[in-house]
Design a protein around this ligand. Structure first.
Ligand code: CU
Ligand code: ZN
Length: 174
């Protein structure tokens, strides 16, 4: 091999290594746009962004009744059923029991409650140490469901949060 050839090979290798590195670091945020199920008027967004130590969750909803409402990631990204039941149960890839987002024993999809004010607006923000964008436990392509009632964080397997009032699919954000 001549020196000139060797240099070309080295340059190509360096470019290849750089692009593999860039791909590994390109973790996109995820977003879910929530639409009301039949007979409801809840809308909103949930954003998921990778941060050191977990995934930052920011939810902003409108059209709720005052008080706490259960909010979860459900197994299927399918909001076709008028009552949201097509989304399946709580996303639970590690076969755990229902709990709060701060519990060690919890469904992957357990995000607890979001509390609405007098005007029906609600904001939730926390860093979730468990949620993932990769592999079998990836939340991409799943759904977010908002419930009519408060999640009691202990009733199995649903938290007794009642009917599903909003549903949206989690997708890759810009
Ligand atoms: Cu739910
Ligand atoms: Zn659960």
């Amino acid at each position: 091999m001549t020196m000139k050839n060797l240099r070309s090979v080295m340059i190509i290798l360096a470019i290849a290594l750089l692009s593999i590195n860039a791909m590994a670091q390109a973790v996109h945020p995820a977003v879910c746009v929530l639409y009301p199920t039949q007979g409801n008027k809840v809308t909103g967004t949930v954003k998921f962004t990778q941060v050191p130590g977990g995934v930052n969750v920011v939810a902003d909803l409108q059209g709720l009744t005052k008080g706490k409402h259960g909010i979860h990631i459900h197994e299927c990204g399918d909001c076709t059923a008028p009552d949201g039941t097509s989304a399946g149960g709580h996303f639970n890839p590690k076969t755990m029991t229902h709990g709060s987002p701060m519990d060690a024993m919890r469904h992957e999809g357990d995000m607890g409650n979001i509390e609405a004010d007098e005007s029906g607006n609600a904001h939730l923000e926390y860093v979730d140490k468990t949620l993932s964008f990769e592999g079998d436990a990836s939340i991409i392509g799943r759904s977010v469901i908002v419930h009519q009632n408060e999640d009691d964080l202990k009733t199995q397997p649903t938290g007794n949060a009642g009917p599903r009032i909003a549903c949206g699919v989690i997708g890759i954000a810009k």
